[in-house]
Design a protein around this ligand. Structure first.
Ligand code: G3P
Length: 217
């Protein structure tokens, strides 16, 4: 299972990269705005800065909602760096753009996916990744993990190669449950990755080992 970090914060990206388990980064316009990155030039430079920190895929989202605009923006983003994956919204024009980019060998991530039908369309359009937002479904009393399981089954039935990128992951149990279901990738905050480290018995056990070592040395 690949681990992506869902942030535009360079310090957090560096921290996850230094842990040695990071496979990529996802961003969106809200995450960029949260870091105060505004203006086309600064946004493009920020994507390059992220690519310089990590080894894996970096999703960069288009703002246009029409096919031509998405194609222009997506081509500009893809040309920035070989690690860039063009992130497209799950709307009719986004699906057309996913097919266009897939035919050109440009990788895509279809985002804002909330149903199995949407995920099926993204796979048929040849998307590299599909991003179902599990946390936002949970927020409205709908089973986010259930959607991951449905998509897994559908993709496996037909051998679709589109990778299921479980997004809007909020905590460690989302990560673990996604791994059990067989999501290909999860993207979440740094806390959802670092939280996996924690177990009180590990801390107690280590303290005892060190104490016993000190007694004999
Ligand atoms: O990857 C999607 C993500 O950015 C949305 O997460 O926590 O805003 O629902 P959240």
């Amino acid at each position: 299972m690949k681990f992506f970090i869902d942030t535009a914060n360079l310090d957090q990206i560096r921290e996850a990269q230094n842990l040695g388990v990071l496979d990529g980064v996802t961003t969106n316009p809200s995450l960029m705005a949260k870091e105060g990155i505004t203006g086309r030039k600064n946004i493009l430079q920020h994507y390059i800065d992220i690519c310089d920190i990590v080894d894996g895929d970096v999703s960069a989202e288009v703002i246009a909602v029409d096919f031509e605009g998405m194609v222009n923006e997506g081509e500009e983003l893809a040309a920035l760096h070989s690690q860039i994956v063009v992130k497209l919204p799950m709307i009719k024009e986004g699906i057309k753009a996913a097919k266009y980019f897939s035919d050109k060998g440009i990788r895509t991530n279809v985002t804002l996916v909330f149903s199995a039908g949407q995920a099926l369309l993204a796979a048929k359009a040849g998307a590299t990744y599909v991003s179902p937002f599990i946390g936002r479904l949970d927020d409205i009393s709908t089973d986010g993990l259930g959607l991951i399981a449905e998509i897994r089954q559908i993709y496996d039935n037909y051998g679709y190669e589109t990778q299921i990128l479980a997004a809007s992951v909020r905590h460690t149990m989302h990560v673990i449950d996604c791994a059990k279901i067989g999501a290909d990738v999860m993207t979440g905050p740094l806390s959802s990755i670092e939280g996996l480290l924690k177990h009180p018995l590990t801390d107690i056990g280590l303290a005892k080992f060190l104490e016993d070592y000190k007694k004999g040395n």
